[in-house]
Write a protein that binds this ligand. Structure first.
Ligand code: ZN
Length: 339
């Protein structure tokens, strides 16, 4: 079995991917045809050209354009099931999908309608594509206290059935201005049993990771790659084995890392940190979950045993039930032993 065949066969779990950023060309075509006149191409050829990653400003433009197509609960359903289809084709079994309800609420979708669409889409994804979908509600960091409070209110009043986590993403530099509100909102989300999974240390340094750990009670860190600037933080993350949701291609596309060869993945592993591989906004960055494993293999030279270890890490760091975790781990072990 070649390493690419091995990656294809590996039962994979995706822990860090965003709903709007996960929209692949067929999914966006469906949305743009539902909302003609939006400025997003409605033919496949034009859309593929529009969707080819050029640089970060272009990504931001594409993201904004796709986000503007998400106006009705049916659009959410198309996004979730489109991602499940794409992940199913890659041999992924489970995804914890980051949804930013604030973006959907501000365009007039009621909380209940958002939740009903997400619940229905999760059921359909499991039935049709064999991919289980859980949700993480994510605060858009640059939108301040109002967005944080609206996200919490949604979680309290109308949580989707498979909601497992609470996060914050967007521009990290914006967070200190309302740090105490974020702490309170995370504490309230944790009090009702949600896991704390903030982004941190993607675009700012160790101080944001420390705040995620100490102020937000982080149980996993989105990205976290900039921990390497602080030896005390490295030691802490090694000791606690706090999982990092590492997204190598994303870090290059957003300009955090100059070239994929410069990505700190090997150093994170050499430091003994808990690493998982994820795709973030895959089609917009020209990647997939499988592609991230291929990068680990072909750019950084990881072998099958190491790739299986990363896949196991994702299963263990997920919020799946224990029997399903055991089943996936057994499948990974069986595949590893046979190849
Ligand atoms: Zn992200």
């Amino acid at each position: 079995m070649t390493i690419d065949e091995f990656i294809r066969a590996l039962p994979k779990v995706e822990l860090h991917v965003h709903l709007v950023g996960s929209a692949s060309v067929p999914t966006v075509l469906e949305l743009s045809r539902r909302h003609p006149g939006s400025g997003v191409p409605t033919t496949e050829e034009e859309l593929r050209a529009f969707y080819t990653f050029r640089d970060f400003p272009h990504f931001a433009q594409v993201y904004k354009a796709v986000n503007a197509l998400v106006r009705e609960p049916e659009d959410l359903h198309i996004l979730v099931t489109g991602l499940a289809r794409d992940l199913g084709e890659q041999g992924a079994r489970y995804v914890e999908l980051q949804v930013t309800p604030y973006s959907h609420r501000v365009v007039g979708m009621p909380a209940r309608a958002v939740t009903e669409a997400l619940d229905l889409a999760a059921r359909r994804s499991a039935e049709e594509y064999g991919v289980r979908v859980a949700y993480i509600f994510d605060v858009p960091g640059e939108c301040g206290a109002e967005a944080a409070e609206m996200t919490l209110e949604h979680v309290h009043k109308e949580p989707p059935a498979t909601l497992v986590g609470f996060g914050v993403g967007g521009i990290e530099q914006a967070r200190p201005a309302y740090r105490d509100v974020l702490r309170d909102v995370f504490a309230a989300a944790r009090a009702i049993g949600l896991h704390s999974v903030p982004h941190a240390g993607e675009m700012t340094g160790p101080e944001t990771i420390w705040e995620a750990v100490e102020g937000l009670g982080a149980e996993r860190i989105g990205h976290g790659v900039n921990c390497l600037a602080d030896p005390r933080l490295i030691a802490h993350l090694r000791e606690t084995q706090l999982p990092l949701e590492v997204c190598p291609t994303s870090n290059v596309c957003t300009g955090q890392v100059a070239r994929i060869e410069d990505h700190p993945l090997p150093r994170l592993l050499a430091e003994g940190l808990y690493v998982t591989l994820n795709s973030d906004d895959p089609p917009m960055f020209g990647t997939t979950l499988s592609r991230e494993y291929q990068v680990a293999a072909h750019v950084f030279g990881l072998g099958k045993a190491e790739l299986a270890g990363l896949a196991r890490n994702a299963v263990n760091a997920s919020y799946l039930d224990a029997p399903t975790k055991r089943q996936l781990l057994t499948e990974i072990d069986t595949l590893s032993a046979a190849s």
